[in-house]
Design a protein around this ligand. Structure first.
Ligand code: BGC
Length: 723
């Protein structure tokens, strides 16, 4: 039935195109053929039909042209699973089968440092989107983590442009191989949620090129992403979604993006600018028009039509937008393939589990982990996050999960009947961060009477497990007030440790908390992020040693907020709706290492239950390329995986360059005693910086230091080379 529908879609434009394109049925059209068909279709459309196509007709749908067999374009959030179905008023639709696989959220994926898992992740998402009839999935989000306070850090891929690029490209390919378009977001500099719709971001050209742009560029050039979403904020005074420089000059002309630029929801503010400065599709719903928004009042609707009709906007500009929309359709809804997608399969759930197992990071281990479940008699599990579900939290990335295993459930499964597990909430969610002494006392009592205490705390995304109406902390549209643990958790952890020194702290959340009050006393600390529907199982598998942890931090965890470069050198969240990125390119470890500020836990840090030894670092120059090779050996007693990281330092440069920049990594899986050789080639881009006077990337000849290690602060081998 579905196939017949697709053939019909093809037949109409072909007939209408007067056989200009001679395609055999069943053969996928490519390149020039697609472009020719698109041109023919455009020639058949009225101006009114074209205008209908460039703005929303319901919250996640824009129009096709029925008489030409062009279907509507159907979108869905979001980055970590296909969002539940919503009506025109954004309220969940009742009685629909829209449960989905809830994948671990962005930072968990980035923490795997496993490019193949990026692809697997995208594959699940694309397949489920296809099954639900979606043409575009609104993800991945690749905004750089500039401050730990950004409420949307959890959705993104960390602080490093190289790591973000690699993970995003895998994700995009995984999605798009299923016949669904990915939409990389939010272009650009949407690094805070505070006043996100009005804030004007000011940064140097170098910071743009070296830090904030690369993941988008990689998404386009390496991932071949079909859609990009323009962000809410302004950049150098102009709204990003219709920013001449960012969209027309950089993204479309320079980077060569020939796909669809869709606005963030409600991010268009001006018809003329949007039409001329590269916005192809205006999405969103004016809440003030609820429950029946008038889509003709959108900036790219009636008023845009008037501008085209009176000749102020050339028709060619409108045609370019239609061409870009049709390109997406010819790869998705109008593609001639048999892809149907699958949803909620065991395989999808296994992928969610694997990503969580590889993404959860063991931060500290004073010989307490893994727990031997054969000999441990009793565990006190403490903390609201041990039972809190997060799939519906965070804003537009909410997912109606098929199921969500909590940490307490995961631990109960792994312990079976061997270990006595008891639970105490320990703290209560309260908007005023009230400390509940009674809950602390109960938790302390339990910790005292148990062999091991595991406190599962950190941030939350939503108060309620079923809506996002009242969400806080790790969420869209809000930033965190500070890095302090909410709801009196510092006191709880301190008291529990006093009662039972064998305490492990598990942190849920989209970034670091200030750990100063207990970091030295806690014997084990685990960063579990938002680990998805199988998160509780993954966590329990790591705690019990069934899985050897291999996740590494994709962002630096500072000791305190004041240490963070965005706050110390730059501004966050800015004043009077202007934010200056004086921290420039010194974001994350680029700052901590160069300015000698010791973090709590470094970028790239993550412990294992085994140990790895590095040897034989060799550098071979070949023109402007360097072949790097080294060996890594599992010298411990457990099989495991090591994320080997390659950093570059330009020893003498005409501009200030960071002490270290990540330019390569490889996750190596090793049996006990096994050794493997890692090889990679660093090309010119690994040694270059963006020269603002020359307006281009420059590689200055001279000496470069290549550092290979287990984290940005745990460098095992260093060698220099002259290039
Ligand atoms: C978010 C986007 C999201 C869109 C649609 C916006 O508020 O910023 O990330 O894709 O809504 O839900």
């Amino acid at each position: 039935m579905k196939n017949r529908f697709i053939l019909l879609l093809f037949a109409i434009p072909f007939l209408a195109c007067n056989n200009q394109v001679k395609e055999k049925k069943g053969k996928i059209m490519e390149g020039a053929n697609v472009e020719a068909t698109i041109d023919s279709l455009i020639n058949l459309m009225t101006v009114e039909e074209k205008i209908e196509m460039i703005h929303a007709k319901s919250p996640f749908v824009s129009s096709g042209v029925k008489r030409l067999g062009i279907p509507d374009l159907i979108m869905s959030d979001g980055p970590y699973g296909v969002r539940l179905e919503q009506g025109d008023d954004y309220a969940p639709k009742p009685n629909v089968d829209d449960e989905a696989t809830y994948l671990p959220k962005g930072l968990t994926l980035a923490s795997t440092w496993n490019a193949e898992l990026g692809y697997e992740f995208g594959k699940v998402l694309g397949s489920e989107a296809k099954e639900r009839g979606k043409n575009i999935i609104l993800g991945p989000g690749v905004n750089i983590t500039r401050s730990p306070l950004n409420g949307r850090n959890f959705e993104y891929l960390g602080e490093d442009p190289y790591l973000s690029s690699i993970m995003a490209v895998g994700y995009i390919k995984g999605v798009q191989d299923q016949g669904v378009a990915a939409c990389v977001k939010h272009y650009l500099a949407n690094n805070q949620e505070f006043h996100r719709t009005t804030v004007n971001v000011l940064m140097s050209e170098r910071a743009l090129r070296e830090i904030y742009l690369p993941a988008f560029k990689a998404a386009v050039q390496d991932g071949k992403v079909l859609a990009v979403m323009g962000s809410y904020n302004k950049f150098r005074g102009q709204y990003c979604t219709h920013n001449q420089y960012l969209i027309n000059d950089v993204l479309k002309k320079e980077i060569g993006f020939n796909g669809l630029l869709v606005s963030d929801w409600g991010a268009v503010h001006n018809s003329r600018e949007a039409m001329l400065n590269g916005t192809d599709l205006e999405m969103g719903t004016d809440i003030s028009m609820m429950p029946k928004p008038d889509y003709n009042k959108f900036f790219m609707a009636d008023s845009a039509l008037a501008l085209v009709k009176n000749g102020e906007i050339p028709l060619s500009v409108l045609d370019d937008k239609i061409r870009r929309i049709l390109r997406v359709m010819f790869k998705t809804s109008m593609a001639n393939n048999n892809k149907t997608g699958e949803r909620n399969t065991k395989e999808h759930q296994q992928t969610a589990l694997k990503i969580a197992e590889e993404g959860i990071v063991l931060l500290k281990n004073d010989n307490i982990l893994p727990l031997n479940m054969e000999s441990v008699k009793s565990i006190a599990v403490i903390g609201d996050n041990a039972t809190h579900k997060h799939s519906m939290g965070g804003g537009s990335s909410q997912i109606k999960a098929k199921y969500e295993i909590t940490p307490l459930e995961g631990l109960k499964t792994v312990c079976g009947n061997n270990v006595k597990i008891s639970y105490a909430a320990g703290y209560k969610l309260s908007k005023n961060n009230e400390i509940d002494e009674k809950l602390i006392a109960e938790a302390v009592k339990l910790a005292k009477s148990s062999e091991i205490a595991i406190v599962v705390g950190g941030w939350i995304q939503n108060w309620s497990v079923s809506t996002w109406s009242d969400n806080v902390l790790d969420s869209e549209d809000t930033d965190k007030p500070n890095m302090n643990m909410p709801f009196g958790q510092d006191k709880l952890i301190q008291e529990v440790i006093k009662a039972n020194p064998n305490t492990i702290v598990v942190l849920i959340g989209g970034g670091p908390v200030d750990m100063n009050l207990w970091v030295n006393q806690a014997k084990g600390i685990i960063q579990a992020w938002y680990p998805g529907m199988e998160g509780g199982n993954a966590l329990a598998n790591i705690i019990s040693g069934k899985i050897n942890p291999s996740g590494k931090l994709p962002m630096t965890f500072p000791k305190k907020l004041e240490d963070c470069p965005a706050h110390k050198l730059g501004e966050f969240p800015g004043k009077n709706d202007v934010v200056n990125y004086f921290d420039d390119i010194f974001v994350g470890y680029r700052y901590y290492d160069t300015y000698k500020v010791a973090p709590q836990f470094s970028f790239g840090h993550g412990l294992s239950y085994t140990s790895f030894e590095y040897s034989d670092l060799k550098l071979v120059a070949d023109g402007k390329n360097v072949k790097v090779s080294f060996s890594v050996k599992n010298t411990g007693k457990k099989e495991g995986a090591e994320v080997t990281q390659v950093y570059v330092n330009d020893v003498e440069a005409s501009v200030k360059r960071p002490e270290k920049e990540l330019k390569g990594f490889s996750k190596v899986f090793l049996a006990v005693g096994e050794s493997k050789k890692v090889e990679m080639v660093l090309n010119e881009s690994a040694f270059s910086f963006y020269d603002e006077t020359k307006k281009s990337w420059v590689m200055e000849p001279g000496e470069f230091k290549i550092m290979v290690g287990s984290s940005s602060s745990d460098i095992r081998q260093t060698k220099s080379i002259k290039l």
